[in-house]
Design a protein around this ligand. Structure first.
Ligand code: NAP
Length: 324
């Protein structure tokens, strides 16, 4: 797997990150180690976890993912070869959530302990907290940076204007800004008004912001739980509609033309887009990781990228809006 510079962070990360939300919980330790070994063996070094993973599963308290990753890095002795990212802000047993200075200090310590390390390479705000001033949040994050406990900051599920506002505060006070943004993103575009709860989707405004400000984009839920290729999994209702039908047709036709899977075409398209978006891949089976990582061999032509980009767009023949 090739490596790439993660925006302004200075971190060299593999072209695909490894998702871990259900490792150490739904997926047992032995399988987790095998999946992480495979990813690492293929040149992957960018691990994505979060403090509350996977507290939503029955019998789980949160911290399971960080704990199993910590055990794996210790067993393999490879902490220094990993770019480790974690997140905070959702509540889980023993944690009220949010982005107050107190939560940031306390949750960072808990994550470091579970991960058996002295630093996080990337620490994300996992959601916004409008009850706490952004000055307080950015100052607290910056103290972790100055203490050497965190190397770079990211924002996930935060509106673009709020990230811009936080970075303006950071700049004015000589604090560390957010230099990575992680949101939901896939090839299909959600219908207007689609609701994803606290999750926010990468859209044109964020792409513009990322290009202008040298902010790296990372995407989750890229393969919609395998629904593009698995008949037993339905595409989420937020994506239903004629535009998606057209995009699915274009995707299937291109996959057939180049003899690759639709999942691979999505990953290749995302990496080759401008700005490039770094997909988090996840899977419970080695074969899934194998298929997803092999997508990095694909180079789509300009014409193929154009076909994928414009599929489902309204055409000029369908009319245009008269400026008033
Ligand atoms: N920042 C956030 O708010 C946020 C939110 C969600 C996720 N994340 C991160 O992103 C990671 C991935 O999220 P996600 O699980 O939603 O991603 P996803 O890409 O939508 O789904 C991953 C699942 O799809 C299936 N799959 C993967 N590759 C496949 C293939 N080649 N063929 C068929 N099925 C395949 C597997 O399901 P089975 O294992 O069931 O077979 C796998 O577990 C998480 O682990 C987490 O680290 C972050």
């Amino acid at each position: 797997m090739y490596k790439t510079l993660l925006g302004a962070t200075g971190l060299q990360v593999s072209a695909l990150a490894m998702g871990t939300d259900v490792l150490g919980s739904k997926i047992d330790q032995e399988t987790t180690f095998a999946l992480l070994d495979y990813y690492f063996g293929e040149g992957g070094n960018f691990i994505d976890t979060g403090n509350f993973y996977a507290s939503w599963l029955p019998g789980c308290q949160g911290g399971e993912s960080e704990t199993v990753i910590g055990a794996w890095m210790k067993a393999r002795g490879n902490r220094d070869e990993i770019v480790l990212s974690s997140k905070l802000a959702f509540d889980y047993p023993g944690c009220d959530g949010g982005l107050s200075a107190r939560e940031i200090e306390r949750e960072c310590e808990k994550s470091l302990k579970r991960l058996q390390t002295d630093r996080l390479d990337l620490y994300y705000a996992h959601r916004d907290d409008r009850d706490v001033s952004q000055e307080e949040t950015m100052n607290a994050f910056d103290r972790l940076i100055k203490a050497g406990k965190v190397r770079a900051l990211g924002a996930s599920n935060v509106a673009v204007w709020r990230i811009a506002a936080a970075n303006t505060i950071a700049k004015a006070h000589h604090l560390t800004p957010y230099s990575v943004v992680q949101q939901r993103y896939t090839y299909l575009r959600p219908r207007h008004g689609a609701d994803f709860g606290p999750q926010i989707v990468i859209g044109p405004e964020l792409k513009d912001f990322a290009l202008t400000e040298n902010v790296a984009l990372v995407a989750y839920s890229v393969l919609l739980q395998g629904a593009y290729s698995r008949t037993e999994r339905e595409l989420p209702v937020q994506f239903a509609g004629p535009e998606s039908d057209d995009r699915l047709k274009a995707l299937a036709a291109l996959a057939k033309e180049i003899g690759r899977s639709v999942n691979q075409v999505i990953i290749a398209w995302m990496r080759q887009s401008t700005p490039s978006v770094l997909p988090i891949i996840a899977g419970s089976k080695i074969d899934q990781l194998k298929e997803n990582i092999a997508a990095l061999d694909i180079t789509l032509t300009k014409e193929q990228m154009h076909t994928l980009d414009t599929a489902g767009n309204p055409t000029a023949e369908q009319g245009w809006i008269q400026p008033t």
